[in-house]
Design a protein around this ligand. Structure first.
Ligand code: PLP
Length: 492
């Protein structure tokens, strides 16, 4: 909670929780005091309590001054600075036009590329800018003042979002970094094996190949279905369970396939593996690892509901977090099954053990211990909390519903087109925001180029069998879907 107190010609900002980098005294510019019910330029005293996280995010120095000027210090106790800000976006806060307006995307283009790299929404942009200017002005002292607090806040925000204790969260730079660290760090040996599928992405396959080289453990790939658009939960779960052998120590899957857009029934797979594990000793358990990036920031499902042991995701796609940020959530037994690769800067016990000349640090593995150290583009990592806050402010259920609504509308439009073959299941239970398809007689690369001529940004799935991908997200709207449908009529 933040308290703004207006005392004579100063705003005193007092922060009652961890967002305290804005704490301090701010001058009020007399010319901004218009609207004050008091005579002259002297503002009255009063208190503004900001109740919502968005209010906190909007409280840059600039915004405080702007807000105070706009509102003329006539704040009611429940008036939000966000609403008072001269920079307040269009529409009701939380409405879809308001969400769309948070992005600086070129307005004439239909951006359906969320699955690749995020555009930063305003609160994330502003937080990055604030930290960047702080670092540029005084790198060492700004870092000293803020690093522990803001890194902990980012880990806490990720933990809150996923429903896990922050000590089970590692902060990474990307999905790729998380998967690489976890899979190559597995404590496996010759004779053990990892089960994965033909449908997973390069990052999973390559990390497992490197793991196999390092540990001598094997990797086996199976096929889960012939046609993703026609598969069922039973087919997927039974093919996985049937393929698990006594030597299997990990099943490595992807929540939402980036080739076909199929969303895997992860909770049902986890439940089936729990039954397998019920018959096994602790050291023989089968763990479940998930490349979660295309479900994270879309689905209103947390880590426990999914039931996996390793959840790796970049925050710079559907979550609209800062580019170059990612997380790994790890279960208790997952922490025991993996060792860190890159020295941590966020686990004091490891550093103290080094200072004391100990052979190894005390205590078990943790999320902070799994977090690769080294100096970072800190302004991005520290702004991660704002992305989680924005999702919470919009409402996770609403984000999921809206993404599914837009993806379903797009699939409906594509399905009407005789020249288009949809690869993604129509059923929302088996799909998220990725919509994959092919156009008869036109290579996916050519479809994507032609869509670009219509100012529509799509992508080609970088797999042995390529498809065209469009990925509507909460920053898109119904008109975008209509534009895509119209463009495809001229292509297919
Ligand atoms: C399934 C999947 N995993 C991982 C990645 C890479 O994600 P990141 O950029 O976060 O490493 C991608 C594509 O960008 C992907 O489609």
């Amino acid at each position: 909670m933040i308290v703004l107190q207006l005392v004579d010609s100063e705003i005193v900002v007092q922060v009652l929780d961890r967002y305290s980098d804005i704490e301090g005294h701010y001058d009020v510019l007399p010319e901004r005091c218009t609207g004050s019910p008091h005579a002259g330029n002297k503002p009255p005293s009063g208190v503004l309590i900001c109740k919502h996280r968005m209010d906190r995010m909007a409280l840059s120095r600039r915004t405080v001054l702007k807000a105070s000027g706009v509102a003329g210090f006539a704040f009611a106790a429940d008036t939000s600075v966000w609403q008072a800000s001269a920079q307040a976006p269009l529409g009701e806060p939380g409405s879809w036009p308001w969400v769309r307006d948070l992005f600086d995307l070129s307005p004439d283009t239909v951006h359906m590329s969320t699955m690749l790299i995020a555009s930063h929404p305003r609160p994330v942009r502003e937080a990055i800018e604030e930290h960047r200017s702080g670092l540029d002005a005084d790198p060492v002292r700004y870092l000293e003042r803020n690093n522990n607090r803001l890194t902990d806040a980012a880990r806490q925000a990720a933990g809150d979002y996923l429903g896990v204790h922050p000590s089970h969260i590692a902060l990474t730079d990307s999905t790729t970094m998380g998967i690489g660290l976890v899979y190559t760090g597995l404590k496996l040996q010759p004779g053990d094996e990892v089960l994965t599928t033909e449908h997973d992405y390069y990052v999973t396959h390559e990390s497992l190949r490197l793991m196999a080289e390092r540990t001598g453990a094997g990797v086996r790939k199976i096929t889960l279905f012939e046609d993703p658009a026609e598969t069922s939960e039973d087919e997927i779960v039974s093919r996985i369970v049937d393929a698990v052998r006594p030597a299997t120590r990990l099943v490595a899957l992807t929540w939402v396939h980036s080739s076909t857009g199929l969303k895997m029934p992860v909770s049902a797979i986890a439940a089936a593996l729990r039954e397998v594990n019920a018959e096994r000793d602790a050291e023989d358990q089968v763990l479940l690892g998930i490349d979660a990036v295309h479900g994270f920031g879309v689905e209103d499902t947390n880590f426990l509901q999914l039931g996996c042991d390793f959840f790796m995701a970049g925050c710079h796609k559907w979550l609209f977090g800062p580019r170059g940020t990612g997380i790994v959530a790890i279960s208790e037994r997952g922490l025991d099954a993996v060792r860190p690769t890159i020295p941590s800067f966020t686990d004091d016990a490891v550093f103290s053990a080094w200072l004391e000349g100990a052979d190894e640090p005390p205590g078990g593995n943790t999320g902070p211990r799994m977090t690769p150290g080294g100096f970072k583009p800190f302004e991005h990592r520290w702004a991660l909390s704002e992305a989680f806050a924005l999702h919470r402010q919009i409402g996770r259920a609403r984000v999921a519903e809206r993404t599914h609504f837009l993806a379903t509308s797009l699939k409906d439009a594509l399905a009407e087109h005789p020249g288009v073959t949809l690869r993604t299941p129509r059923d929302s239970r088996f799909s998220a925001g990725i919509v994959s398809f092919d156009v008869d007689g036109v290579h996916p690369n050519a479809v994507v180029s032609r869509l670009r001529q219509h100012e529509i940004i799509a992508s080609v799935a970088p797999y042995a069998v390529p498809h065209v991908r469009l990925t509507p997200s909460i920053r898109n709207n119904e008109q975008d879907i209509e534009r895509v449908a119209a463009a495809l009529r001229s292509i297919a």
